[in-house]
Write a protein that binds this ligand. Structure first.
Ligand code: AMP
Ligand code: MG
Length: 481
């Protein structure tokens, strides 16, 4: 590993140094060797992956630390939060010379644990491990884990579960909530902290006249793109609190997330979200709300000789990039998924008409696009109660494709429509086996989800290709993790 320690150069009020508290009886779960290679892990590092991913081996180059931050949770100011069960254990360079955080999750309690035990359970670690891997392979920017360990240590949730630890990587763990904490509790640090965020993550903004405004615009655009990709893939994050969104538009901290099966825009995978704040269809507007809240933390960065009211105006103008950026990426992506030309005036409406059919007929989101891609129109129609509506759609669809270069359009579909997403029941089966020390299903899913756009008959199982029957009770996913 090549170290590039830098978070620890920030003022000490922003973190707390401490060592990880290893779990009893740590044992290998799964290791992402390809990712370790990208991060230039040596042969020796790789041989020690269990010790590293279980907090037993740390590095002289970096003293582990828990970050403090704050946030709005479910729309309410939650005050001080922070790494209550995670530690930044290193910052290293990857093969492209980019700095990457190594963050150990489930490493024991910290001053920011509040009432939590500082641990993570095997169930949630496997869900995060596989989802980060799946999203990266789908082309959605996301944290990704190098490996995880299971253990013999019990961790109490609704029931007693196995404790686990996971080493995740992300280009930053700086969250929107970091700014909220500083703004609220240590405003004198805001200038320096923001300056470092720009230097580290958006250096090109330093060349502009107002680096803070350019930075804000970039964060807003990257977040909009990330959410557009979530919508296209059918991913629902589940807990889009401001402390769970980072400043580079990478998916982070996803616990009760889900991948859409039968298409339901108001679907909510998180059973702890009683009011339905974080439904799939709300994600774009929640992203906007979070960014607006975040921009409030930047008001105090008004430069000298700049009119304060004008500064506030200019910050709010940054947010005007959000919706067009989201729509541009979403519309383009939907056209690709549909195999329609993005420039055609009717393509978007036709895409929406297809989604409307999926919704009213309760069809599987992922597989319906694959059927469209395979031109298996009759199969889709057979699953529809309202066949006339489907025929009307199909007529419009085929007429837009007429006189187009359909080879190109078909080619685009192949890279926009995955065959495989991580359905809740797939993760659940892997978890149940892993709880009995059998990681073979984790490994199968890891391989399957590695190349989701390629059909892999030798690896797939029938349950990977659609929702469970509608009379099978849904798997309950909550914030408990
Ligand atoms: P989340 O929304 O799950 O990302 O967590 C919100 C806050 O609760 C963060 O500050 C976490 O570090 C903290 N937290 C969650 N679970 C635990 C736990 N078991 N022990 C300590 N802190 C926790
Ligand atoms: Mg969090």
């Amino acid at each position: 590993m090549q170290f590039n320690s830098r978070y620890n150069t920030l003022p000490a009020r922003l973190y707390h140094h401490q060592q990880a508290l290893p779990l009893k009886g740590a044992k290998p779960g799964h290791f992402n060797e390809a990712l370790a290679d990208e991060l230039l892990w040596t042969q020796e590092d790789k041989m020690n992956w269990v010790e590293i991913c279980s907090g037993q081996k740390t590095f002289a180059e970096f003293e582990p630390l828990a970050m403090v931050y704050a946030g709005h949770q479910f729309g309410q100011w939650a005050g001080q939060l922070g790494d209550g069960r995670g530690l930044l254990i290193a910052q290293i360079l990857d093969q492209n010379n980019n700095t990457v955080d190594l963050h150990l999750k489930g490493a024991g309690s910290t001053p920011y644990s509040r009432r939590g035990d500082g641990r993570a359970v095997l169930r949630s670690v496997i869900r995060e491990y596989l989802a980060g891997h799946a999203l990266n392979a789908l082309g959605v920017q996301s944290s990704n884990a190098i490996g995880f360990v299971s253990s013999d240590q019990g961790v109490q949730r609704e029931k007693l579960e196995r404790g686990a630890m996971m080493l995740r990587t992300c280009e930053t763990h700086i969250r929107l909530g970091h700014f909220e904490w500083i703004n609220q509790f240590q405003p004198d640090l805001l200038q320096e902290f923001t300056q470092k965020c720009i230097e580290w993550h958006y250096p090109e903004c330093l060349e502009t006249e107002q680096p803070v405004l350019s930075f804000a615009t970039q964060v807003i655009q990257r977040t909009a793109i990330m959410i557009a990709k979530w919508q296209l893939i059918g991913f629902a994050h589940g807990v889009m609190n401001t402390d769970n969104l980072n400043i580079t538009g990478s998916t982070l901290d996803f616990g009760p997330y889900g991948f859409m099966e039968r298409f339901r825009p108001n679907w909510i995978n998180n059973h702890s979200d009683y009011q339905g704040r974080y439904t799939y269809q709300n994600q774009p507007s929640i992203g906007h709300w979070n960014l607006w809240t975040w921009l409030n933390s930047l008001i105090h960065l008004c430069p000298e000789n700049y009119d304060r009211e004008q500064w506030k105006q200019d910050l709010s103008y940054c947010l005007e990039h959000y919706e067009p950026t989201f729509l541009e990426h979403y519309k383009l992506g939907l056209s690709q998924k549909m195999g329609l030309p993005s420039f055609h005036k009717d393509s978007f409406d036709c895409g929406m008409a297809f989604l409307h059919i999926l919704q009213t007929e309760q069809l599987d989101y992922t597989q319906s696009f694959i059927r469209l891609q395979n031109k298996a129109y009759e199969q889709i129609k057979d699953d529809c109660l309202d066949r006339i509506a489907f025929e009307r759609f199909l007529h419009q669809y085929l007429s837009i494709r007429e006189n187009q270069d359909t080879d190109d359009l078909d080619q685009a579909m192949l890279t926009a429509n995955p065959h495989y997403v991580l359905r809740n029941h797939m993760a659940q089966k892997a978890i149940e086996l892993a709880e009995r020390d059998d990681f073979s299903e984790v490994d199968r899913l890891f391989k399957l989800l590695q190349t989701p756009y390629t059909k892999q008959e030798h690896l797939e199982q029938p349950e990977d290709l659609g929702p469970l029957a509608s009379d099978v009770p849904e798997i309950q996913v909550s914030c408990s993790s």
